[in-house]
Ligand binder design. Structure first.
Ligand code: 5AD
Ligand code: SF4
Length: 451
């Protein structure tokens, strides 16, 4: 059956969703689906959704409203477009999706996309909307085809590789343990084989993904358990991948082996996204985080001892229930002490089904906004300061996207900063040595040393 059909996938949320969207395209390719950027041309539209904050979930329903118009128009013309909702909104509120958007054809959670061909077949037999929100991750990974370039598995010269899924930490604000389920680590052999395969497809950089990636504990064939430090060391040694990153990490799961890896493994990039959420011990406790603010400070010191130039990024939540002015000041103090090169910060958003949504002391929106603005001011200043200190330095930049201006390309510095530079066209996908000439709020500008 070589009939080609067009598939449009719209991805919301985290890098894990970006990876999952690529794998969905891989699963559907044998059925004749090729990807299109335009939903209007598509025979199937998949919204790969995010449920982490309320805003993210609501966006999905407004997009579905628009897609319903497209579906009706198609049906009037005697055709159809298959509408699917995937990802964490599907997992968390599958029934609700079908209630609010009954025209949707398929709703499936993150652990079910390997069953897409079967769901598509059922729909074509017109047996009504398909709902699949089962959980076991190990089954999914066993049933997925190898990633391909066509699915976007390797974007430029950079690729994502999921090594771990789910989370058992149950932070009081977070939906992930409910939407992604219990922790599961893929076996090291499968990860190494996929890394090698990505390298063969042209990847020079791989980002290892997991909701709680540094809790990785994969069962090796010889019965031993590999933690993330070992996994990174083996990828570095055996696959020819030149740059390795990993995200997202939980502070209490940074073990000695992983910290040491930052000092020892050249391919491991000197950048770490290490969400702390708050700088107040009282709030951290209420959040059910298993570390205090000083534990985080000490951890940063150890990381900086292992790798002096390591650049840190973080996530913050302001206005968690019961957060006082002095709790918030403690967050600002932590930010000043640590200094981050980049960060994401959010107003607390109560998520149905999580313990924090039920807590007394919910903070009013206006106060959350004020705190967020103050925190972001400080974080933005730190980011700009860091970018400015980079001027005059020489950095190896992996050029992986065309820039906005003709002749320009954009790449990533070792510290994850986007770097713009004018370079010859054949440098796409190469690691170029650049002199940094300007540092802006969110990016750098560089000049090539030896074109
Ligand atoms: N409200 C606000 N921010 C949240 N995050 C997760 N859950 C919530 C919530 N309920 C933020 C955290 C996390 C990031 C991915 O999203 O900072 O690290
Ligand atoms: Fe959510 Fe991360 Fe906490 Fe897990 S460790 S519950 S993913 S915030």
């Amino acid at each position: 059956m070589a009939l080609t059909k067009k598939l449009h996938i719209k991805t919301y949320g985290c890098q894990m969703n970006v990876y999952d969207s690529g794998r969905m395209a891989d699963v559907l390719a044998p059925l004749g689906y090729t990807q299109t950027d335009a939903p209007d041309d598509a025979d199937m539209v998949i919204l790969n959704t995010c449920h982490i904050r309320e805003k993210a979930a609501e966006k999905v329903y407004s997009e579905l409203g628009r897609l319903n118009l497209l579906k009706r128009r198609r049906q009037k013309e005697g055709g159809d477009v298959v509408l699917a909702v995937a990802g964490c909104v599907a997992q968390a509120e599958g029934e609700e999706v079908l209630r609010r958007a009954p025209y949707v054809d398929m709703v499936f959670g993150p652990q079910a996309y390997h069953t897409l061909p079967e769901m598509v077949a059922r729909i074509s037999r017109a047996s009504g909307a398909q709902l699949n929100t089962d959980f076991p991750s190990e089954i999914k990974f066993d049933h997925l085809p190898e990633p391909t370039r066509a699915s976007g598995a390797v974007d430029g010269a950079s690729a994502f590789l999921t090594v771990q899924e789910g989370c058992d930490r149950f932070c009081a604000f977070c939906v992930v343990p409910y939407t992604r389920g219990a922790e599961y680590s893929r076996p090291p052999a499968a990860v190494l084989a996929e890394a090698q395969h990505l390298r063969d497809l042209g990847a020079r950089e791989v980002t290892l993904l997991g909701q709680n990636v540094n809790s990785y504990h994969g069962a090796a064939d010889d019965g031993s358990e590999w933690r993330l430090g070992r996994l990174i060391a083996e990828i570095a040694e055996h696959t020819g991948i030149e740059r390795i990153r990993y995200t997202t990490s939980y502070p209490a799961d940074m073990d000695d082996e992983l910290i040491a890896a930052h000092g020892r493994i050249e391919q491991l990039m000197p950048f770490l996204h290490l969400p702390v959420q708050s700088g107040s011990d009282r709030v951290l406790k209420a959040m059910n985080r298993r570390h205090g603010a000083d534990d985080y400070r000490r951890l940063v010191e150890r990381l900086r001892t292992a790798r002096t130039d390591i650049a840190l990024s973080s996530d913050f939540i302001v206005g968690f229930p019961g957060e006082t002015d002095s709790d918030f000041e403690a967050t600002l103090a932590l930010v000043r002490d640590v200094s981050f090169v980049q960060a994401y910060s959010f107003k607390y958003s109560p998520r149905p089904g999580t313990p924090a949504a039920e807590l007394d002391g919910q903070i009013e929106e206006k106060l959350k906004e004020q705190r967020l603005a103050r925190l972001q001011d400080l974080l933005n200043t730190q980011q700009r300061d860091f970018n400015e200190t980079c001027v005059g330095r020489t950095m190896d930049v992996l050029l992986d996207r065309p820039g906005r201006l003709p002749g320009q390309m954009v790449g990533r510095s070792p510290y994850m900063q986007p770097v713009h530079a004018s370079v010859p066209e054949n440098m796409m996908g190469q690691i170029a040595r650049l002199t940094i000439e300007a540092g802006h709020a969110n990016s750098l500008a560089g000049r090539i040393l030896c074109p």
